[in-house]
Ligand binder design. Sequence first.
Ligand SMILES: O=C(O)CCC(=O)C(=O)O
Ligand SMILES: [Fe+2]
Length: 117
Amino acid sequence: MLGLFEMEVCFAVYPPGGFYGRHLDSFAGARNRVVSLAAYLNEDWDEARGGALAVWNEGAGDLDPPAARIIPKPGGVVLMLSEAITHEVEVTQETRYGLAGWWRVNQSGDGRIDPLS
Ligand SMILES: O=C(O)CCC(=O)C(=O)O
Ligand SMILES: [Fe+2]
Protein backbone atom coordinates (compact mmCIF):
# COMPACT_ATOMS: atom_id res chain seq x y z
CA MET A 1 0.00 0.00 0.00
CA LEU A 2 1.43 3.36 -1.01
CA GLY A 3 -0.41 5.50 1.58
CA LEU A 4 -0.73 8.49 -0.74
CA PHE A 5 -1.93 11.53 1.20
CA GLU A 6 -1.41 14.81 -0.61
CA MET A 7 -0.18 16.05 -3.94
CA GLU A 8 2.05 18.92 -5.04
CA VAL A 9 1.78 20.05 -8.67
CA CYS A 10 3.81 22.58 -10.67
CA PHE A 11 3.08 24.08 -14.05
CA ALA A 12 6.38 23.47 -15.84
CA VAL A 13 7.60 25.51 -18.81
CA TYR A 14 10.83 24.54 -20.55
CA PRO A 15 12.03 27.26 -22.96
CA PRO A 16 13.91 26.33 -26.16
CA GLY A 17 17.23 24.83 -25.07
CA GLY A 18 15.77 23.81 -21.70
CA PHE A 19 16.31 20.37 -20.20
CA TYR A 20 16.39 18.60 -16.83
CA GLY A 21 19.28 16.18 -16.40
CA ARG A 22 18.87 12.64 -15.11
CA HIS A 23 17.52 12.61 -11.56
CA LEU A 24 15.28 10.93 -9.00
CA ASP A 25 12.36 12.97 -7.69
CA SER A 26 12.89 11.70 -4.15
CA PHE A 27 15.87 10.59 -2.15
CA ALA A 28 15.55 6.83 -1.74
CA GLY A 29 13.85 6.00 1.55
CA ALA A 30 12.87 9.61 2.32
CA ARG A 31 9.22 8.90 1.34
CA ASN A 32 8.68 12.61 0.74
CA ARG A 33 7.65 11.96 -2.84
CA VAL A 34 6.25 8.55 -3.65
CA VAL A 35 4.58 8.74 -7.07
CA SER A 36 5.53 11.28 -9.75
CA LEU A 37 3.27 12.53 -12.50
CA ALA A 38 4.12 14.29 -15.75
CA ALA A 39 1.33 15.50 -18.05
CA TYR A 40 1.92 17.21 -21.38
CA LEU A 41 0.03 20.31 -22.45
CA ASN A 42 1.35 21.46 -25.83
CA GLU A 43 -1.28 21.44 -28.56
CA ASP A 44 0.91 19.25 -30.73
CA TRP A 45 4.36 17.77 -30.59
CA ASP A 46 6.63 15.51 -32.61
CA GLU A 47 9.94 13.87 -31.90
CA ALA A 48 11.95 16.44 -33.90
CA ARG A 49 11.10 19.08 -31.30
CA GLY A 50 13.11 17.19 -28.66
CA GLY A 51 11.99 17.35 -25.06
CA ALA A 52 11.51 13.58 -24.74
CA LEU A 53 11.30 12.10 -21.26
CA ALA A 54 13.96 9.39 -20.97
CA VAL A 55 13.37 6.83 -18.21
CA TRP A 56 15.69 4.20 -16.77
CA ASN A 57 14.80 0.96 -15.06
CA GLU A 58 15.26 0.77 -11.31
CA GLY A 59 18.91 0.14 -10.51
CA ALA A 60 20.21 1.11 -13.98
CA GLY A 61 23.77 2.40 -13.99
CA ASP A 62 25.07 5.76 -15.15
CA LEU A 63 26.16 4.33 -18.49
CA ASP A 64 23.06 2.26 -19.20
CA PRO A 65 20.83 3.51 -22.00
CA PRO A 66 17.30 4.53 -21.03
CA ALA A 67 14.63 1.84 -21.02
CA ALA A 68 12.29 4.18 -22.87
CA ARG A 69 12.04 7.65 -24.38
CA ILE A 70 8.58 9.13 -24.15
CA ILE A 71 7.58 11.85 -26.60
CA PRO A 72 5.56 14.52 -24.77
CA LYS A 73 2.50 14.30 -27.00
CA PRO A 74 -0.56 16.37 -26.06
CA GLY A 75 -2.63 14.75 -23.36
CA GLY A 76 0.10 12.27 -22.50
CA VAL A 77 0.44 11.32 -18.85
CA VAL A 78 3.33 9.47 -17.23
CA LEU A 79 3.38 8.01 -13.71
CA MET A 80 6.62 6.88 -12.09
CA LEU A 81 7.74 5.64 -8.68
CA SER A 82 9.60 8.70 -7.37
CA GLU A 83 12.20 6.82 -5.35
CA ALA A 84 13.09 4.25 -8.00
CA ILE A 85 12.91 5.62 -11.54
CA THR A 86 15.63 7.98 -12.71
CA HIS A 87 14.55 10.13 -15.61
CA GLU A 88 15.62 13.09 -17.69
CA VAL A 89 13.96 15.73 -19.86
CA GLU A 90 16.03 15.92 -23.04
CA VAL A 91 16.84 19.29 -24.59
CA THR A 92 13.72 20.81 -26.09
CA GLN A 93 13.81 22.82 -29.31
CA GLU A 94 10.50 24.54 -28.64
CA THR A 95 8.67 25.76 -25.57
CA ARG A 96 7.39 22.68 -23.76
CA TYR A 97 4.42 22.98 -21.38
CA GLY A 98 3.43 20.43 -18.80
CA LEU A 99 2.44 19.61 -15.28
CA ALA A 100 4.88 17.97 -12.89
CA GLY A 101 3.35 16.53 -9.73
CA TRP A 102 4.23 14.37 -6.79
CA TRP A 103 2.05 12.42 -4.39
CA ARG A 104 3.37 12.32 -0.86
CA VAL A 105 2.64 10.15 2.15
CA ASN A 106 1.51 11.46 5.53
CA GLN A 107 4.64 11.72 7.63
CA SER A 108 2.89 12.31 10.98
CA GLY A 109 4.67 10.68 13.89
CA ASP A 110 7.51 11.23 16.31
CA GLY A 111 5.81 14.31 17.75
CA ARG A 112 5.20 15.84 14.34
CA ILE A 113 1.77 16.36 12.80
CA ASP A 114 1.51 16.48 9.03
CA PRO A 115 0.24 18.87 7.73
CA LEU A 116 1.43 21.47 10.22
CA SER A 117 -1.54 23.86 9.85
O1 LIG B 1 8.13 16.92 -17.72
C1 LIG B 1 8.61 15.81 -17.62
O2 LIG B 1 8.57 14.99 -18.55
C2 LIG B 1 9.28 15.38 -16.33
C3 LIG B 1 9.62 16.53 -15.42
C4 LIG B 1 10.45 16.11 -14.22
O3 LIG B 1 11.14 15.15 -14.24
C5 LIG B 1 10.38 16.87 -12.97
O4 LIG B 1 9.81 17.98 -12.95
O5 LIG B 1 10.88 16.38 -11.94
FE1 LIG C 1 11.57 14.48 -12.28
